[in-house]
Design a protein around this ligand. Structure first.
Ligand SMILES: [Zn+2]
Length: 58
């Protein structure tokens, strides 16, 4: 079982990036890195909480 985050699920409809990791910590690290690199966004607590609500188990 792994956790999957998709940018398109948080409203970034033109981004097809999907991050998959075994733990929430690893996933958040990957998402934070992607948000910084691709969207110039620094994740804060609110964004992290929101992102976690969209994470699916795959
Ligand atoms: Zn993205």
């Amino acid at each position: 079982m792994a956790l999957e985050f998709a940018c398109s699920r948080v409203g970034v409809t033109d981004c097809r990036t999907v991050a998959v990791a075994d733990t929430a910590e690893e996933l958040l690290a990957a998402v934070a890195q992607h948000a910084r690199d691709a969207h110039n966004v620094e994740l804060n607590g609110t964004l992290i909480d929101y992102a976690l609500t969209t994470v699916r188990e795959v």
